[in-house]
Each structure stands twice: as structure tokens, then as C-alpha cells.
Ligand binder design. Structure first.
Ligand code: KIV
Ligand code: ZN
Length: 388
């Protein structure tokens, strides 16, 4: 069976940048955009040009420097937003306007205070207007996750007729279950005329911790673009994490889906975004967290020292981490202590290891994590008491 590509649409600089308390200047955005381009991202959503002069400038400058990726600007289904986005994207080699409107009852009634028919009229106008500037127009049906499938299919059909090239089906509130989100994509594929001529895109938020699972479910059911951010940053609980999507396809080849991302750059990319935004990555974050390849319990350490595959499903080198680490704590066993002691220059016999291990446990109970320098100190203490 032929493997199919899933395009990676990175929205770190737009949805990701909506994180409270985090602000990037234009130079930082340019650096990130350049690295995303080098890493193999297919589409870079550079910003929301009408939102501020700073964002307009960033989208303009990013459009100038990006060599390979499509550069995208977000708009509401509003004429002026689209005019401004087109202006900001004027230097892009491959420009895309991303326009859309809320389609759920909640958005139609409480946010837009209008009717379904009016939403369709506005969507059609926005797409046609964007199309007068660029060939590549992506339409988002905001809150599609909570929009009933029949109405969503109607909106999508009208969007295609108006010229949309990509249909974004956002789970804006992170509400869907993976089966539900996947079924939504399948329903659209089976019920929207002309759907085979456009790309379906997943844009999932992480309010219930299911953004990545939902995006993968969408791709399994036929979506061929995933919108995501580095480190999963974004509004509220964040967006689908780019690094997770990339590695899931890599580690599950039977899905026959792949991305063009150079996964070896993931760790460095994560660090760049975290440092630029001042957003710490949680240590247990999948793929890029400080503990993602750290083993600290005795049972796991013993296994990993014998054979990495016992507790690691990925080679750390594949994501740009030099090696996994054996962290010494009071939960560590003799195998881990001997392994780390050897790394810092001590080849301990079984008797010596037993003696050092007793001292090590006393130390570890107080210190929590035992570092290489501590090992020297522990061994010195053992020498004083002539145990070595
Ligand atoms: O979450 C969302 O619905 C969005 C759209 C603006 C694409 O970010
Ligand atoms: Zn979003």
C-alpha cells in the first residue's frame, strides 16, 4: 500500500503565540519561521495580520524570508481582514489566506448573533474575496467539533464551490473524543460533494488532553493536513503538539502516513520556542520534555541497561537527544549505580558495589537525585570507612 503524506501546518506563531503572557518580537518570529522552514514544515501560519501593526509586520517579513513553505495569514470572514492579510502576504512565494467563521449553534447564537444562512453567506463571500488575491484559500469552520455534521457538510460544500482549497475542521474547544472527531472527518468525506478535490485539515485543541489523539484519528479517517504547534503551546490548554504527530507517524509505519519533518531537529526546535517565548516545557512532555528519555526506577533502569528497547519505543537520536539518561534516585538499583559509577571512572566489584550501594541509599534519601559529583563523594566516604 502506498504511503500518503500528511502536511504539517505549523501555527506556533499564530495560535501558539496566543498563549497568555507570551510575546515574541519580529526578530524572534523570523528566527522561528526560518527554522520551521528548514525542519520541513509545509505551511507556516505566520500570524493574524489585521490584529496589530506588529503582527502585520511579522507576516510581511516572514513572507520575504521563507524559502520552501507556504506562508499563511489568518483572517475572520471580514473584507478588511482579508485585504490586510493579502497585503501582508504580498512577498510570499506561496501565499495562503486562512479565513473562516463559527458554525456551531453556540457560536452562531451567542457570538455572532445571527442565523445559519447568514453564516453561509459570509463564508462564501470571504472565500471568494480571498480568492481574488490568492489561489490557495483555506476555510475554517470554527467550533466544527461541536457543529452538527449535517450543517457542517453544507458549509463545507458551499466553501468548496466558492473556491476553498483546504477545509479546516477545528475542534476549537477541545471537546471531541477521538472516535467522534475521526467519524466527523469520515462523514464529511462521504457526504460533501467535491471533497476529493480539497485537503481536509485537523485543528485540535487540548482542553481534555486529546488534541493529538483527535488529530491522528482525523488523519486515519482521511484528513491530510494537521495544524499543530511546537511543544503544543496555544490558547488555554494548547494545540496539537507537532513533535507528537511527527513521531506517532514515524513509530507506527503501518498507518502508511508520513510527514516531511526532519525529526532530528525536534529537540532543538522545542528549546528555541520555549526559550524565545519564556514558556517552560513540562519535564514529562512527550518527545521533548527533559524526562522523556530519563529512567529513574530500578526495574526500568535494569531493563534499559540490558537492552534499550525494554522501556524505550524511540531512539533518542531520532528526535535530536544524544542519549537517554539513567537518573540515580533512592528508587534506583545496583545495576544503575554500577552503570553510572563506571561512566565516571569506577569499575566496582560485587562486594564493593554492595558497600557503595548502602551509602548511596542514605545519600539518595536526602538528596533525591544523585549526580556524578555525588558518586565521587559517596565512594570517598566508603574509602574512609575502608569498605573499598
Ligand atoms: O481553534 C480554532 O478554531 C482556530 C481557528 C481560528 C482556526 O484557531
Ligand atoms: Zn485554534
Amino acid at each position: 500500500m502506498n504511503r500518503e503524506k500528511v502536511q504539517i501546518f505549523d501555527t506556533t506563531l499564530r495560535d501558539g503565540e496566543q498563549v497568555p503572557g507570551c510575546k515574541l518580537d519580529t526578530n524572534q518570529k523570523l528566527l522561528i519561521a526560518n527554522r520551521l522552514d528548514e525542519m520541513g514544515v509545509d505551511i507556516i501560519e505566520a500570524g493574524f495580520p489585521v490584529s496589530s501593526p506588529g503582527d502585520f509586520l511579522s507576516v510581511t517579513e516572514i513572507s520575504r524570508i521563507v524559502k520552501n513553505a507556504t506562508v499563511c495569514g489568518l483572517t475572520r470572514a471580514v473584507k478588511n481582514d482579508i485585504d490586510v492579510a493579502a497585503q501582508a502576504l504580498r512577498y510570499a512565494k506561496k501565499p495562503r489566506i486562512h479565513t473562516g467563521i463559527g458554525t456551531s449553534e453556540s457560536h452562531i447564537v451567542h457570538k455572532l448573533n445571527t442565523t445559519r444562512e447568514d453564516v453561509i453567506t459570509r463564508a462564501k463571500y470571504a472565500i471568494s474575496h480571498a480568492k481574488s488575491y490568492v489561489e490557495d484559500v483555506e476555510f475554517y469552520a470554527e467550533d466544527a467539533g461541536r457543529t452538527d455534521n449535517e450543517f457542517l457538510a453544507r458549509v463545507c460544500e458551499e466553501a468548496i464551490k466558492s473556491g476553498a482549497t483546504v477545509l479546516n475542521i477545528p475542534d476549537t474547544t477541545g471537546y471531541c473524543l477521538p472516535e467522534e472527531y475521526g467519524a466527523k472527518i469520515k462523514y464529511l468525506r462521504e457526504n460533501v460533494k467535491g471533497i476529493e478535490n480539497v485537503v481536509l485539515s485537523c485543528h485540535c485543541h487540548n482542553d481534555l488532553g486529546m488534541a493529538t489523539a483527535n488529530s491522528i484519528s482525523g488523519a486515519i479517517n482521511g484528513a491530510r493536513q494537521i495544524e499543530c504547534t511546537i511543544n503544543g503551546i496555544g490558547e488555554r490548554a494548547g494545540n496539537t503538539a507537532l513533535e507528537e504527530v511527527v513521531m506517532i507517524f514515524k513509530q507506527h509505519p503501518y498507518l502508511n502516513l508520513y510527514t516531511d519533518i526532519d525529526s532530528k531537529q525536534l529537540n532543538e526546535m522545542s528549546r528555541l520556542v520555549s526559550e524565545s517565548m519564556g514558556m517552560i516545557v513540562q519535564p514529562n512532555k512527550a518527545i521533548v520534555g527533559a524526562n522523556a528519555f530519563a529512567h529513574s526506577s530500578g526495574i526500568h533502569q535494569d531493563g534499559v541497561i540490558k537492552n534499550r528497547a525494554t522501556y524505550e519505543i524511540m531512539d533518542p537520536l531520532d528526535v535530536g537527544v544524544n542519549e537517554s539518561s539513567i537518573v540515580l534516585t533512592a528508587r534506583s538499583g545496583r545495576a544503575a549505580l554500577a552503570y553510572r559509577a563506571k561512566k565516571v571512572g569506577y569499575e566496582l566489584s560485587k562486594v564493593q558495589l554492595d558497600a557503595v550501594y548502602v551509602e548511596f541509599l542514605k545519600f539518595a534519601d536526602i538528596k533525591k537525585e544523585v549526580l556524578d559529583d555525588d558518586i565521587h563523594q559517596i565512594i570517598e566516604v566508603c574509602k574512609v570507612y575502608s569498605e573499598l
